[in-house]
Write a protein that binds this ligand. Structure first.
Ligand SMILES: [Zn+2]
Length: 212
């Protein structure tokens, strides 16, 4: 395995620190919640250690993890959800996870439907590959589960057979995951999805019985 060049490592860690600040400033990662990761190379990712303030991350708060080895101690219990996504797609370069009030609440409201359909919003075009507000973007919702290894397996099984899925998913009563080919795209996706979730929920509550 080639060592990551230092430039790649720097930009990955900088991207995580920037995303942490961005999410913290918006109240999306209360009480050290959430976790942020980015790919260094084919076999390695950088990921935030457990219990760190996402608004004030430094290099010491970020661990480098080998995707093929057992996870080291000190990571978030949710690290298996990140690892499973990177293993499923070589195109994923960064994954961000937040506990925003909107994503925690809306995912719980819509949990029995197992998905939230985003439709009719200009902001959908912030999602890679979406060209029109007329697109229907499916955001999967999974029940929350403290056994994150089992949860990761059920998430990956469903994502592999889901078309038109957003680059993200909701965990009911918990929060939002989103990814992109690099830290910049992952940040754009989590920002867009966070807004789209709130918009769609407001629309659905005003138009009960009329869904996309
Ligand atoms: Zn979480």
């Amino acid at each position: 395995m080639n060592a990551p060049d230092s430039q790649t490592c720097f930009s990955v860690i900088d991207g995580i620190i920037e995303a942490g600040r961005f999410a913290h400033a918006r109240g999306w990662v209360p009480a050290t919640s959430g976790n942020f990761s980015a790919r260094i190379d084919a076999n390695r990712i950088a990921i935030t250690r457990t219990g760190r303030d996402k608004g004030n991350l430094t290099e010491a708060d970020i661990a480098v993890v080998d995707l093929q080895s057992p996870l080291p101690p000190g990571l978030s219990a949710e690290a298996p959800l990140h690892v499973a996504r990177y293993q499923a797609s070589a195109h994923i370069g960064a994954i961000f996870h937040i506990h925003s009030p909107a994503s925690a609440f809306v995912s719980r409201v819509h949990e029995s439907q197992h998905q939230l359909l985003l439709h009719g919003w200009e902001l959908e075009k912030a999602i890679a590959g979406v060209k029109t507000h007329e697109a229907i973007v499916l955001l999967p919702i999974f029940p929350n589960n403290q056994d994150t290894v089992t949860l990761a397996a059920s998430i990956e099984e469903r994502l592999q057979r889901t078309d038109n899925a957003a680059p993200g998913y909701l965990l009911a009563g918990h929060g939002l995951y989103a990814w992109g080919h690099d830290t910049r795209e992952a940040l754009r996706h989590i920002d867009a999805l966070e807004h789209l979730i709130a918009l769609q929920d407001r629309w659905n509550s005003k138009h009960q019985g009329i869904t996309a």
